[in-house]
Every structure is written in structure tokens, then in C-alpha cells.
Design a protein. Structure first.
Length: 76
């Protein structure tokens, strides 16, 4: 994810390359931004309730993936 895309309230997914295997692929919501606008660190509230700090480049946007998953659940 680009630093400019990392907005408070955005839904994100932890990349599969994260240093902590247990966080890989987890979904969360950005709560805070820190640092330089072009190289931002983010507090992310993961869906399991824990708060973790990430660099923007360690995350990807998740909203589109969640919308697709929700649409698929509605199909018989």
C-alpha cells in the first residue's frame, strides 16, 4: 500500500511477507498514522482486537476483497 492510500478508517490486510507469521493475511482497520507523509507507520486494530504497528508497505487494501467475499456468501 502507498502511504497516501493509508487513511484512518481504511480496511487493510497484512501481507503474507510480514515478519510475524501469525499476523499474515489478517484483516484490520487503520486507527492512527505516524511519521513522514511519504513513509508512514500505522496503528492497525486487527479483527481479533489486538493493536499492531505496521509500515504502510506491509499492508494492502482489503475493502474490495471483502466486498467480493460478501457477494459470494449471498449466492446460493
Amino acid at each position: 500500500m502507498e502511504s497516501r492510500e493509508a487513511l484512518i478508517g481504511a480496511r487493510v490486510r497484512v501481507l503474507e511477507t510480514d515478519r510475524k507469521p501469525e499476523l499474515r493475511g489478517m484483516l484490520g482497520t487503520i486507527e492512527h498514522r505516524f511519521g513522514h507523509p511519504e513513509y508512514v507507520a500505522l496503528d492497525v486494530r486487527l479483527d481479533d482486537g489486538q493493536l499492531e504497528l505496521f509500515w504502510a508497505h506491509g499492508l494492502e487494501m482489503a475493502e474490495q476483497e471483502e466486498e467480493v467475499a460478501g457477494t459470494q456468501e449471498l449466492r446460493p
